[in-house]
Ligand binder design. Sequence first.
Ligand code: SF4
Length: 742
Amino acid sequence: MSKVGRLPDRLAQLMHAKTGPLTQELVRQPGGFGLGQVPTRLTPDATTTAVCGFCSTGCGLEIHLRNGEAINLSPARDYPVNRGTACPKGWEALTPLSAPDRATRPLVRNAGGKLVPASWDEAVGAMVSRFKKIGETHGPQSVAFLGTGQMPSEELAFLGALAKFGMGMQHGDGNTRQCMATAVVAYKQAFGFDAPPYSYADFEESDALVFVGSNLCIAHPIMWERVCKNQRKPEIVVIDPRKTETAVAATQHLALRPKSDLRLFYGIANALITRGWIDRGFIERHTSGFEAFAAAVEPYTLAATAEATGLPAAEIERLVTTIHERERVSFWWTMGVNQSHEGVRLAQAIVAIALMTGNIGRPGTGANSITGQCNAMGSRLFSNTTNLLGGHDFTRPEHREKVAGVLGIDEGRIPREGSWAYDQIMEGILAGKIRGLWIVATNTAHSWINQADAHEVLGRLDTLVVQDMYASTETVAHAHIVLPAAGWGEKEGTFINSERRFGLLKKVARAPGESLADFYIFRLIAEAWGCGDMFARWKTPEEVFAILKDLTRGQPCDVTGITDYGMIEDRRGIQWPLRAGEDVVPASERRLFEDGRFFHEDGRARFIYEAPRAVPEPTDARYPFALLTGRGSSSQWHTQTRTAKSAMLRKLYPSQPYVEINPGDARTLGLTPNEWIVVESRRGAMRARAHPTYVVQPGQLFIPMHYVDTNLLTLAIFDPYSRQPAYKHCAVRVRRDSDAPA
Ligand code: SF4
């Protein structure tokens, strides 16, 4: 182990070691810690396009510059994703950068328990020496990391490679576990690779769009605009217990009983099979496991399905008929499916219906998981957590050998199995197996399920390092060391959106104070840890992109045909795959599986079935309401560390927590609109204003996930295959706040 170097000296060396105009420009900047903080590639007064850094839609935003820095933005009219539109978050994307609570200096908690400013040398030195000490005492697996789908792929790869290959950690995960793990596992098992098959053109080319657990209107409003551009007079079907904005706009709304969706899809499958409304030719040529699946769903008759879901049989029948009669049917899902105790099997039931009806690989079709975060897809491919870099497998020797070869490292440094999942890391902390944690750009203390537990878990760590844009998050409150990071707009890299499109983010603003792009923080830590040589080629995001490209060679996500960032810019984003030699992109929007070949070795997609499980926490006499959670509005993003910084966005949603309750239930309880009530689960309680509305059915409540107390209520249950938390359902009760004990 090499000793911790003098970081300012090393920083200067790093800066001078770089060549080319970017480095020269950086080195010339005043302020010493300017690495990665100034606009690059840009003429002083110009407009450049960068993809948005909130959701997975990946809208192109034109950033307008004066003296080389962003002064405002507008949606890019020629970007194929959004074509001149943006949601409120996109319009306000620059505002959170100038928030007063930005983390501007490293902080280290002193003997008195207070976080006090420190130099980079002191903060990184403290992190390294503490983590090394923990590792020496308890083993390298006693330190772990948590990353985020909000960082560009180059930074995600750097974090994962540094932590595992350089620092010797075994376990790391990210907040992608909270949104996309279910879709990942469902696709891998069914298609042979984590491969969302669609392009956004499919929104416009469908004859019927079936949205499952997706409130597209507000969660992905620009995708919804693509639906609205559909000229084929489509049936729009929403399967959701709530009468959401999307359900109101739909032609069919199946307001099923919460968590009865797997039974519904088995019932739909059985109805299609018994009527012969399936594509036998496609099934025989391109799939396996159909007969066993068909036998398994046989008991799900129309009557049994109506009984299980609480839906009128006629509504189910109408949907079955729609799927049969419409030529192009697409199925779309988001968190209502992914965040479920049986989400993987539910997603695979959706896949099964698309397969058996031949609704895949053609325009306007597909079993299409819509991603959450701006770079959840990049996290899935490049975070080096569950998967080895580039969608490889830690357990396969040939994959380890390939990755070691591309990176020029000893294969022995690559772990032979994937990481513990997020919940296992949290359990590991409780069990004393993990004692050091490095959290990068995610707000665990707010977003983790069953939040009271999360606070207790984080409080048990010997050392918690938090790397974030803001010094004010709930997670920073537990930190021993805080590393101030640049945010979107202050650094470069690539995101991959929901339709597999690589897009560029740009450096159009200076990061405040001494904060650094995560990419350069990783370089500092690598140097301090003594593994800087391993990352000698990882000098800039674009150089890392070239490495990532090499890693994808021969994979379904092969992008060896992308030459550089300039090509991504010129093509207005590029979807994977694009193999070397295929660098003439036939169309801006492409879908997978047009040849009917899937990624399993036999080229076939698989039907997968499992008997539905009981709801983990059913309602009862003490806790009679089913609590549903989800996005509140288009103006809010997750734990609101960024969106709450915009006065304009704050005006677009209620400032105080609210709970939707059916007016009949409100009357029964004697509640008046807007009065404060208390919602309690077996784990905790929160205050919220009563909002009587027919959006929710009797016996159900809905609270947006953005409020800090929402996860005091949620139940820590996980899908057994994806280990994704089941945020969407638990049992609660309500009472008037005036009844609360003093
Ligand atoms: S829809 Fe998503 S990507 Fe587009 S502007 Fe809004 S937050 Fe950004």
